[in-house]
Design a protein around this ligand. Structure first.
Ligand SMILES: Cc1cc2nc3c(=O)[nH]c(=O)nc-3n(C[C@H](O)[C@H](O)[C@H](O)COP(=O)(O)OP(=O)(O)OC[C@H]3O[C@@H](n4cnc5c(N)ncnc54)[C@H](O)[C@@H]3O)c2cc1C
Length: 454
């Protein structure tokens, strides 16, 4: 959506932009389509501007709604959704004055094929194919969650198992008379737990994961991390995960000796993460995914201190139990599920009687295991190649997708979380807006020879 806005604002001659979106909420996606105002952004307001040229735009938008908002506030994600709506509406309005056209097609893209002129035909699930496009931007977001391996097909297809808590109305299926088991303790589990309390009241909830770690909190209001505490040894150390880790640990210790918070060191890695990631050989990246990612996720993708406090309160009141444990068995009964859970390092299992089990493992991490029909069509047609770790598709430095023939296709671009394989940091707004601008500008330069606001 941000790329569309950039195209409309940047085109120096009339263009036609079509957004194909399968849901009725264009631009909001899973993250910002939530209605629950307790689901907060995990980035401060003044860093959530969707456009590179105005990092604070969202903050100023929020101030038009409430003058008390300050730059370090963690605001509701639903408000961010309203901001995105407004951004698209106003870009469409401005675009019309310049002769541009924005068309929204509510349907699912299921196929793509290049014609002899190099234009693309996009097949849709329910309607006739659209007229051919000069360029296509693949911006399909995160992958849907995978059903955990411990969950067999009998439970996976049962109404008491919610395989995708982000699917429309998914949490309405929860049986409000009984407890709930959440598989996962990360950002998805945090959102789901708070949403359950909001929608169903304080049901007993057990959340399990291999390490039982919740995301770490940001510091209380007013302390967004700066990017100025980069671990110096990272510049010169060898490209291995153990060298990276020891450089970061050493720096965190030195900062703490000076009374500086560890978050400063983690925050400062952000602008250089793509370079550090690209410097790692494949086996080192694999090592990171296997051993370090759970710690990275909980320290890097933090939650607001308000959400953290609320979770602690739910835990103290024994409404939410967070455990390092795994599901080792279950039986589906007529009006409940009996879940057998084994704590890490313990032989003796525990048994829970719950009304629902919710998959909170988050977006699938391996594209090879979770291709939508559209992504499968891109791969099958040779337009896209999955990166060696299955994190996303391969791209050239300008975001052009690399095809099976090893060549970048300059009219077929990728933005969003599927760039993880290339940059690792590719899912949050501060990175998305950079990738969106690069993509839009490169297409405008290719087709119109110039970019109006460049
Ligand atoms: C729960 C959650 C909370 C987050 N919170 C933050 C935050 O606080 N701060 C931050 O910076 N980042 C946050 N993020 C990360 C990031 O901002 C989002 O992942 C971002 O929405 C990605 O944008 P996108 O446009 O690439 O994908 P999405 O916003 O997911 O949009 C992709 C869209 O494509 C549609 N689609 C997919 N396939 C097809 C198809 N074949 N045909 C038609 N339509 C299709 C989907 O319906 C969806 O609407 C969060 C992510 C999640 C999941």
């Amino acid at each position: 959506m941000t790329t569309a806005v950039r195209l409309l604002d940047g085109a120096s001659a009339p263009i036609h932009v079509t957004i194909v979106e399968r849901s009725s909420d264009v631009g909001r996606g899973v993250a910002y389509g939530v209605e629950n105002t307790n689901c907060l952004l995990n980035v401060p307001a003044a860093r959530m501007g969707a456009l590179v040229e105005d990092e604070e735009q969202f903050y100023h938008f929020a101030r038009t709604r409430d003058r008390r908002v300050s730059p370090g506030d963690f605001l509701p994600r639903s408000l961010y959704g309203e901001y995105l709506d407004e951004l698209l509406r106003s870009a469409a309005r401005r675009g019309r004055q310049s002769g541009h056209e924005l068309r929204i097609v509510t349907d699912e893209a299921i196929g793509l094929e290049a014609d002899v002129l190099g234009r693309f035909r996009v097949a849709l699930a329910s309607s006739a194919p659209l007229p051919p496009f000069d360029a296509v931007i693949v911006a399909t977001g995160n992958l849907s969650p995978l059903v955990p391996v411990q969950v067999g097909s009998d439970l996976a297809s049962h109404d008491r198992f919610i395989s995708d808590p982000w699917a429309p109305s998914a949490l309405r299926r929860i049986d409000s008379r009984q407890g709930v088991l959440l598989i996962g303790t990360g950002l998805t589990a945090v959102d789901v737990a708070l949403s359950i309390v909001e929608e169903h009241g304080e049901l007993p909830m057990v959340a399990i994961s291999r390490r039982g770690q919740l995301p770490q909190p940001h510091r209380p209001h007013g302390h967004p991390p700066s990017y100025g505490h980069f671990p110096p040894d990272l510049v010169s150390c060898s490209p291995t995960i153990s060298a990276y880790l020891s450089a970061v640990r050493k720096h965190v210790r030195a900062l703490e000796d000076d009374g500086v918070d560890w978050r400063e060191a983690i925050g400062s890695l952000r602008p250089l993460t793509p370079k550090l990631w690209q410097g790692l050989p494949r086996e080192e990246r694999e090592r990171f995914l296997r051993h370090v990612q759970p710690f990275w996720d909980t320290h890097r993708h933090r939650i607001s201190s308000r959400v953290w406090t609320r979770l602690q309160e739910l835990r103290q009141r024994e409404i939410l139990d967070v455990r390092a444990a795994r599901l080792v068995g279950y039986s589906v009964e007529s009006d409940h599920v009996r879940a057998i859970v084994r704590d890490r390092g313990r032989m003796q299992p525990r048994e829970y009687t719950v009304g629902s089990i919710i998959n909170c493992t988050g977006p699938a991490a391996d594209l090879r295991k979770q291709m939508s029909p559209f992504l499968q069509a891109l791969a099958d047609g040779g337009y896209a190649v999955v990166d060696s770790l299955g994190l996303g598709f391969r791209v050239a430095p300008n975001g052009s997708m690399i095809g099976r023939d090893g060549r970048p296709h300059d009219s077929l671009k990728l933005v969003g979380p599927l760039l993880k394989g290339e940059y690792w940091e590719a899912t949050a707004v501060p990175e998305l807006r950079v990738h969106a601008a690069r993509t839009a500008d490169s297409l405008l330069a290719r087709f119109l020879g110039s970019v109006r606001h460049a």
